[in-house]
Design a protein around this ligand. Structure first.
Ligand code: DQA
Length: 188
């Protein structure tokens, strides 16, 4: 998309206004203890720090022209608030709810309440681990779950969400409104 030219107080500004306005916005949420990535149980979660993971996500987001907002919290209520806030200004959510995956009806309800497509990500394969990790309260309301692929899981989630959101935008743009369909029918 070409950059837009806008007039601001008599000065012509050439910057990608339209690109910014049309950019997909995705909120990426990391749950409890993920701030310890890189040092925490390295045999399960690997050696990449949360900062390095966020940088990789940001780099891919730039390539895809997606605006990402990355946050981590050890607090369930804060994650719920961030999901609620995403209702305005965001197109989708990527979430690794960490241990809250297996306990939090509040996070599940928040995802349903905002009605945004959410992808659930886990670094480890939760289905191969202890029994209590096999149940996810989030999976039933997420559009998909990626589990066991390490940091790549986040990148796949971003690509997937980007592709789905882009396709749905394109479909909305090309869809013939119901009224014109009626008119067209009536005139033939
Ligand atoms: C995790 C898996 C959860 O069971 C665990 O509580 C985590 C991380 C993962 O990314 O593999 O903290 O979500």
């Amino acid at each position: 998309m070409p950059p837009c030219l806008t007039l601001s107080r008599g000065i012509v500004l050439a910057y990608p206004v339209c690109e910014l306005k049309d950019m997909l916005r995705i909120r990426v949420l990391h749950g409890p203890n993920l701030n310890l990535l890189g040092t925490r149980e390295q045999s399960i979660y690997g050696t990449l720090s949360l900062d390095a993971l966020d940088s990789a996500i940001t780099k891919l987001a730039e390539e895809l022209a997606v605006k990402v907002d990355l946050r981590q919290s050890n607090n369930e209520g804060e994650l719920v608030t961030w999901i609620q806030e995403a209702r305005t200004g965001y197109d989708g959510i990527i979430i690794n709810p960490a241990a809250y995956t297996h306990t939090s009806i509040a996070i599940r309800d928040a995802i349903v309440a905002v009605g945004l497509p959410a992808v659930e990500v886990h670094l480890s394969n939760i289905h191969q681990r202890e029994e209590f990790r096999h149940r996810s309260y989030i999976a039933g309301v997420a559009i998909g779950q990626i589990s066991g692929l390490g940091p790549i899981g986040y990148l796949l989630a971003l690509r997937g969400l980007h592709d789905l959101l882009t396709a749905s935008r394109r479909q909305k743009k090309t869809a013939v409104p119901a009224t014109s369909r009626r008119t067209a029918k009536g005139t033939t």
